[in-house]
Design a protein around this ligand. Structure first.
Ligand code: SF4
Length: 327
């Protein structure tokens, strides 16, 4: 969303196609840096709220060195249901921890729902132990944290080593990210937020391409993501299992690389189409969706984040006992 080449009106026209009947549960905005276009963030958040969708934005807080949050940015934050701050050890060299904490205090004091998303190099990264402890010391249990691993994508692609993967028998490992349509800065919509696909580093796998917001409305995108047999199968079984079952291939290229390859594998789309119509596959899909829902935010953080820190996502949430007491 941070390119002036793509005007705000294209994003707003698309948000205008949300309705109370088909709205996304959550409208998430991230960058680049979304707060470079605060009015657009505010306008999208207001449109989302008008139809009952909750909104969330992730920012690196480039403005945190100022004594107060600048007016237009504060208006954008106020329009959101949730505001999350992204940081990591490289980012702290640009926007220091004290400045991040000051912004969080300002927002918390005004009753804003906030969280921190922290990226680190794995469970043993000392930076993660240090920063998560610092957030707890500063805010107690008020600020949830999602701790995610750094991966060799985006800017980290240039320096982070891609470790060779070992071949192992593929098991079903559903991809619960294949149901979050993501709009790129250029208006292109893809079925998940995979950075390599978003950046065009890998050729666009046709099954991940859902359209363009200059041409397609939300209902069309929604139908494509829910109705696509191959996306349904990726959400239920995961890409590696599909490649082994229908292409006889055990790939050691990686989870998402198997997904990209699936698109180019002759006959796979047709076989998957038949599979997803089987009553057993329908039952399996429902069971997998239920399991993901039952696992809740901690299950999500354990699967996609760094497991050791998964429980931190529930900080700040009302405890069951508190809910019972308030009736
Ligand atoms: S497996 Fe496919 S759908 Fe899932 S995150 Fe990777 S590229 Fe996206």
């Amino acid at each position: 969303m941070d390119s002036e080449q793509y005007p705000s009106r294209m994003f707003l026209r698309f948000a205008d196609t949300f309705t109370p009947q088909n709205r996304p549960e959550l409208t998430l905005m991230s960058g680049g840096e979304v707060m470079l276009r605060p009015r657009l963030v505010r306008d999208i958040a207001e449109r989302a709220r008008a139809v009952g969708s909750r909104s969330y934005a992730l920012s690196g807080l480039f403005f945190a060195r100022k004594p107060r949050i600048p007016g237009p940015i504060r208006e954008a934050v106020d329009a959101l249901d949730h505001f999350s701050v992204s940081t990591d050890r490289f980012h702290e060299e640009e926007v220091d921890r004290a400045a991040v904490f000051r912004v969080l205090h300002e927002l918390l004091d005004d009753g804003k729902d906030v969280s921190v998303q922290i990226t680190g190099e794995g469970p043993d990264d000392p930076y993660l132990a240090d920063v998560t402890a610092a957030v707890r010391r500063e805010f107690g249990d008020r600020v949830p944290m999602l701790v995610v691993p750094l991966v060799p994508m985006g800017r980290a692609r240039e320096w982070m080593e891609r470790r060779p993967l070992v071949a192992y028998p593929p098991t079903a490992a559903p991809c619960s990210l294949a149901c979050w349509p993501v709009i790129g800065f250029n208006g292109q919509v893809i079925a998940c937020g995979n950075q390599d696909v978003m950046d065009g580093t890998v050729p666009m796998p046709p099954h991940l391409f859902l359209g363009h917001i200059a041409r397609d409305d939300w209902e069309t995108v929604r139908q494509r993501v829910t109705g696509s047999p191959i996306l349904q199968a990726i959400r239920t079984y995961g890409p590696e299992y599909l490649m082994e079952r229908f292409a006889g291939e055990r790939t050691c290229e990686g989870y998402c690389a198997s997904c990209w390859k699936a698109a180019k594998t002759p006959g796979l789309r047709e076989s998957v189409k038949e599979l997803v119509l089987l009553p057993s596959a329908v039952a399996m899909r429902e069971a997998v969706e239920q399991m993901a829902a039952d696992a809740g935010p901690v299950g999500f953080a354990r699967r996609w984040g760094i497991g050791r820190y998964a429980d931190l996502v529930t900080l700040g949430a009302p405890r069951e006992r508190d809910l019972a007491c308030t009736g």
